[in-house]
Ligand binder design. Structure first.
Ligand SMILES: C[S@@+](CC[C@H](N)C(=O)[O-])C[C@H]1O[C@@H](n2cnc3c(N)ncnc32)[C@H](O)[C@@H]1O
Length: 346
């Protein structure tokens, strides 16, 4: 069956990579069907009863998507074609007789030449004439039309609570210190690292624990190292306020007091050498030493993700990692982050 992820559009590839990683974590057997602007369509094997509870779990983990839709129809973004498709659908597969519905449309860029309200009303009218009751405020089923390069139409099976990320913005946490990744970016990276419930997520430059908080919320056991004790106690405060299984160590990322191959994933944001403080002989020593430690600590066949301002591929390769992906993320005019995904071979 086909399902569509309505992506947030905050990056070209991270939302897609995050959706793939979460489906893998959830044990779904899926294949890419098509990708359009802000919409990923996948074909997932299994019955609705097998697949959709897992998609609810996927939506709980996701940060860079809005909704997951069961695809009932897919066509050109032209009003006539959409109305024809909407007429031909067997709605009894998607809504029970006693349930109410609403139709909501989302325009992506400028692919359609009609108003959102126009198509919502006309498609809603078609469903109504097939005997179903509309309820604009508290519907049981939301049908969504994504009006992009193509039109995707179908009921929402799971939604991402994006407001939860707003509530965890750095300045809303008990302890704040500048230079933190935003929670949605941190969560997406935790997801792309493929850490599962009860596995160990490690951040050797944990700062205020922005990454670790997201890891703890998805059920990972999180461990952080921070060289400055004042910031390490702030990290403890932040982790305590969100709960979970955590351990923050005051120490140096180049000499970590943990056994080799004891962590299942690493997501980290080392100091860049400009504003952030470095506690090492030089940035070179800090990166060379900490990459060596990351490689020692990570289990084989697992992923480490490093966010940096500088090119880190040589440090990573020298430490023994394979580079599997690199994304650029523009933060503002003078700051572009590199997000490098590393793999420790089996
Ligand atoms: C860019 S910040 C990380 C921010 C973090 N992601 C957060 O959520 O707050 C880098 C952190 O690395 C710490 N640091 C600097 N040198 C270190 C070292 N040798 N070992 C461990 N941490 C270090 C800095 O004190 C700083 O808090």
């Amino acid at each position: 069956m086909l399902y569509a992820f309505e992506l947030s559009g905050e990056h070209d590839s991270l939302p897609v990579m995050e959706a793939y990683a979460c489906m893998e974590i959830a044990g779904l057997d899926f294949k890419e069907h098509e990708i359009f602007d802000q919409c990923l369509v996948v074909s997932i094997n299994g019955t609705r009863e097998e697949v959709e509870p897992r998609l609810l779990y996927v939506a709980e983990r996701l940060a860079m998507s809005h909704h997951i839709i069961r695809v009932a129809g897919m066509c050109n973004t032209s009003a006539n074609t959409i109305l024809e498709i909407a007429e031909s659908i067997d709605y009894s597969k998607h809504i029970a007789p006693e349930q109410t519905f609403v139709v909501r449309a989302k325009k992506i860029k400028h692919y359609c030449d009609f108003e959102r309200e126009f198509i919502e009303g006309h498609v809603g009218g078609k469903i109504f004439r097939k005997g179903f009751r509309a309820n604009l405020k508290t519907p049981d089923v939301q049908f969504r039309l994504i009006l992009g390069e193509k039109c995707i139409f179908g009921p929402v099976v799971a939604s991402v609570d994006r407001s939860a990320y707003e509530n965890r913005l750095p300045h809303k946490k008990p302890f704040f210190y500048p230079g933190v990744l935003m929670p949605r970016v941190a969560r997406a990276l935790v997801n792309i690292s493929k850490v599962k419930d009860s596995e160990v997520l490690f951040d050797p430059f944990c700062g205020t624990a922005g990454i670790l908080v997201e890891g703890a919320i998805v059920g990972a056991k999180v461990i952080g190292i921070e060289v400055r004790s004042m910031i390490a106690s702030g990290a403890q405060m932040n982790l305590q306020s969100f709960g979970g299984n955590y351990n923050v160590i005051v120490g140096d990322a180049c000499t970590v007091p943990l056994k080799g191959e004891s962590v299942d994933s690493i997501v980290t944001d080392p100091p860049y050498g400009r504003s952030a403080a470095i506690r090492a002989e030089s940035l070179y020593h800090l990166y060379a030493g900490s990459f060596r430690e990351m490689h020692r600590l990570l289990r084989k066949g697992k992923i480490a993700i490093v966010v940096s301002e500088i090119e880190i591929t040589e440090f990573a390769k020298d430490a023994g990692f394979e580079i599997i992906d690199e994304y650029m993320q523009r933060v503002h005019r003078s700051l572009t982050r590199r997000i490098t995904v590393l793999y420790k071979d089996k």
